[in-house]
Ligand binder design. Structure first.
Ligand code: NCD
Ligand code: ZN
Length: 344
């Protein structure tokens, strides 16, 4: 039995750093173990040009303690400056681009209302061999919240893939067995999987006409059958799936026990430990490294990190809150025991 493992330093391909004091707090957690993180561009004023992306990267680098690299995708909206978009990609100021359907999640009101409006950017991404990161949910009055991923795949992603067959796509935070199968069955597409989609089902969120806001995120967690397929894909499939926590902090006051609550789960204080726990439960601890540190870099054609981290089988309890200056955020898995810990 393995009581400790040493793995190549991980990368987290989906993190919300936010701004100001929150950014400083998040950076401290996310740079503690990761070498690179994709810093999501859905800030209050979204990152829609290369100047904003450069400033944002500098803010994160300044707040990080270790040798750490934030990667910032361009937030797609209907009217971007095409030259700035292309040059930003060529100069690697942008790490590809992120598609948020309008009103699908936090700070997505400026997102994409109609995919035909962004074909001009997708053409550039394909030409520049830059990735398209997707929040894959179709939002409409007649679509149930649990079916948003399936409708996005059927109605939008199929069109994008057929028009841009060479475009490299990451379906972020896959949440359904349908999404897992779609990724496996198709080329030029990979997926990130969060710890919470492998630990929670909808029963942990919705009950007695209320919600548990600390388990409320987009895409919402689904059924046991989905959770099982996500675990299999992460722990045993080992090529098209990689680590993306979607760690998304909101101040504790923004978390309300109803659907007016901001969606997002903050897992950065215990993310790699939670993944280790899940892989261990699946008798696949030796597959953690390929998921956390290899598959993502390979898919994105980036070098695999040289440094290593160690995890040890030691029990610890996740603290209730993360606090910094005036910020208070409830941690995912708070007051629960985890059996794995990073050792320096
Ligand atoms: C994220 C956020 O709060 O920015 N929320 C979430 O529920 N995951 C946005 C996102 O990735 O959907
Ligand atoms: Zn996210």
């Amino acid at each position: 039995m393995n009581n400790h493992i040493e793995i190549t330093q991980p990368d987290d391909w989906h993190v919300h750093f936010r701004e100001g004091d929150m950014l400083e707090m998040v950076t401290n957690f996310s740079s503690r173990i990761n070498k690179r993180c994709v810093a999501m561009p859905n800030t209050q004023i979204p990152i829609t040009d290369s100047n904003k992306a450069s400033i944002y990267k500098e803010q994160i680098i300044k707040a990080s303690k270790n040798d750490f690299e934030p990667l910032v995708p361009c937030y797609l909206k209907d009217n971007l400056d095409l030259d700035d978009f292309r040059i930003g990609l060529q100069k690697k100021i942008f790490f590809g681009s992120k598609l948020y359907p309008t009103n699908a999640t936090t700070n997505s009101k400026h997102g994409v209302s109609d995919i035909s409006k962004i074909f001009k950017y997708l053409e550039i991404l394909e030409e520049e061999n830059s990735p398209l990161l997707i929040h894959g949910e179709k939002v409409a009055d007649n679509i149930d919240i649990f079916d948003r991923e399936k409708f996005f795949i059927d109605d939008e992603l199929n069109i994008i893939r057929s028009k841009f067959p060479l475009l490299k796509i990451v379906l972020e935070h896959v949440s359904t067995s349908y999404g897992v199968k779609y990724i496996k069955d198709n080329t030029n597409i990979a997926g990130t999987i969060t710890p919470h989609h492998m630990l929670l089902t909808k029963k942990d969120v919705f009950f007695d006409q209320k919600i548990n806001p600390h388990h409320f995120c987009m895409p919402v967690v689904k059924n046991e059958t989905d959770l099982i397929e996500l675990r299999k894909a992460a722990c045993h499939d080992n090529s098209k799936f990689f680590l993306g926590t979607d760690s998304a902090p909101h101040h504790i006051d923004e978390k309300k026990p109803d659907m007016s609550s901001k969606p997002g789960i903050f897992s950065a204080p215990c993310s790699i430990e939670l993944y280790a726990e899940i892989f261990d439960q699946e008798n696949a601890i030796n597959n953690l490294e390929i998921f956390s540190s290899i598959n993502g870099a390979r898919f994105y054609n980036l070098p695999i990190n040289n440094s290593k981290i160690k995890l040890e089988k030691t029990e610890w309890i996740v603290p209730e809150l993360s606090s910094y200056k005036d910020i208070k955020v409830k941690n995912f898995y708070s007051n629960k025991k985890i059996n794995w810990k990073v050792v320096n």
